[in-house]
Design a protein around this ligand. Structure first.
Ligand code: ADP
Length: 450
């Protein structure tokens, strides 16, 4: 087992990983930018190294500095968390050549999953249903419109290297294709430095259902239930739950087994997520594979009792999976709400600032993953997600009541958050009925605010 791990991230996920290290008797090394001198992760880790100025390109995305910090502190492994360098094949490769274990899949597997067109091709080979779409990356609008005509409208244009809902446009007719393709492509070039796009059938009113998997270095792969992440705003998740209320046991097993085949098809190891769209007729289609720990991993941990971050560390250290598929038991119902520093009344504009009078809920089955403390100043440079509140109830109805009770207790003064918005969703009759799909927020909250 590793004696020392460097965490190449910040915020609540860095804190989450530091805690896992401490519980495993592993020394943790934080890296931090000049804007994060007072951040919780900087203070909680056993050691901390400043790696540069506030902009992420000078710090959390600077591979050389992060590797230098790992070498200087004699860390044997790097946990990338999510975002930043977590799905960067080149970084994984650099770690390998520095003889530092990258806590995640191999560079080759990251390369395969990170490119949407390549991943789709691998899934088709493995007989996993994919949404009809282009086989190869499309770079010209003229070529794109031909593909869209063939697929049939509506289609969705996506950045091949996309993430976080960026570089994505729904096109409902041929007349609007050209303009929307160019917009999506511009966004992709801007965000990912590449204009390779792909086009697929737009599935109307789907649920986003994803399967958590764990794979060791010896070909053992298990799936740990699913998460319904349909509550999204602009293709970004806001609330996640496990299990998904729309699945019966047979469908759940089919999706789980497809996820295991997907992981096998790309030679995957470590923790990963296979994302599917589930249509109204309960057909599911592969969407993408995320080669990292996900923001929403706590709901899976709550219903399975498996600590996914610790498993990631054990797998990277070369241990065999300790869980067999028949040991995986889903118990109860878990929901997670993301607490962001943003103002729903002003188009969810980020609202950094100084936090005061902080109070978080607790109690049986309530979990808070957060990077906040009283008097902390949220810097303006990074993601606006500050905390996650997750609950475990006996069933979905109890989980919803527990989440309303928990959110009702939260006090975060000094900055504006999406707490009231989240509370409103949890009280909406359609949400209570489980009548949700990825259009839930535009349908119910676009005009009137909760
Ligand atoms: P990203 O990598 O940016 O997170 P994803 O491919 O995971 O993008 O898609 C994000 C969200 O966009 C999905 O959860 C879903 O709501 C929507 N989406 C993506 N592809 C389709 C599709 N073919 N049909 C309908 N909705 C889609």
């Amino acid at each position: 087992m590793f004696q020392k791990i460097l965490i190449a991230n910040r915020g609540e996920i860095a804190v989450r990983i530091i805690r896992a290290c401490r519980e495993m008797g592993i020394v943790s090394v934080a890296v931090y930018s000049e804007a994060d001198r007072d951040a919780l992760h900087t203070q909680l880790a056993d050691e901390a190294v400043c790696i540069g100025k506030a902009p992420a390109s000078d710090s959390y995305l600077n591979m050389e500095r992060i590797l230098s910090a790992a070498i200087a502190t004699k860390a044997q492994a790097i946990h990338p968390g999510f975002g930043f360098l977590s799905e960067n094949a080149h970084f994984a490769e650099m770690c390998e050549s520095c003889k530092i274990a990258f806590i995640g899949p191999s560079a080759a597997a990251i390369g395969k999953t990170g490119n949407k067109s390549e991943a789709r091709a691998a899934m088709e080979n493995a007989k996993i249903p994919v949404v009809p779409g282009t086989e190869e990356a499309v770079r010209e609008a003229e070529e794109g419109v031909k593909a869209a005509d063939r697929i049939g409208y509506p289609v969705i244009v996506k950045a091949s290297l996309g993430g976080g809902g960026k570089g994505m446009r729904i096109v409902r007719s041929r007349g609007e294709f050209d303009a929307l393709f160019r917009l999506a492509q511009q966004e992709s070039v801007h965000a990912f430095g590449d204009g390779a796009m792909y086009i697929e059938k737009y599935v109307e009113r789907p649920r986003h259902v994803e399967v958590q998997i764990l794979a060791d270095k010896y070909g053992n792969i298990v799936w740990l239930g699913e998460r319904d992440c349909s509550i999204q705003r602009r293709h970004q998740k806001m609330i996640e739950e496990s299990p998904c209320a729309a699945l019966d046991e047979a469908l759940r097993r089919r999706m789980g087994e497809a996820a295991v085949r997907a992981a096998g098809a790309v030679g995957y190891e470590n923790a990963g997520t296979v994302e599917f769209l589930l249509d109204r007729d309960k057909n599911f289609y592969f969407m993408e594979m995320n080669a990292r720990i996900q923001v929403e991993h706590p709901v899976t941990e709550m219903v399975t009792g498996v600590d996914l971050v610790k498993e990631q560390i054990r797998i990277a250290a070369g241990e065999r999976l300790r869980i067999r598929q028949e040991d995986v038991r889903i118990q109860g119902h878990s929901i997670e709400c993301r607490i962001n520093a943003e103002d729903p009344k002003r188009d969810f504009m980020p609202c950094p600032g100084r936090v005061e009078n902080l109070h978080f809920p607790g109690g049986n089955g309530v979990r808070v993953d957060s990077a906040l403390y009283d008097g902390y100043t949220v810097p303006p440079y990074y993601d606006s997600m500050l905390a996650k509140v997750a609950v475990l109830g006996e069933d979905r109805a109890e989980a919803i009541r527990k989440m309303r009770s928990a959110l009702g207790e939260v006090i975060v003064d000094g900055i504006t958050t999406n707490l009231d918005f989240q509370y409103g969703i949890l009280g909406h009759p359609a949400f209570l009925k489980g009548d949700i799909d990825t259009h839930f927020i535009p349908d119910h909250f676009e005009k009137e605010r909760p």
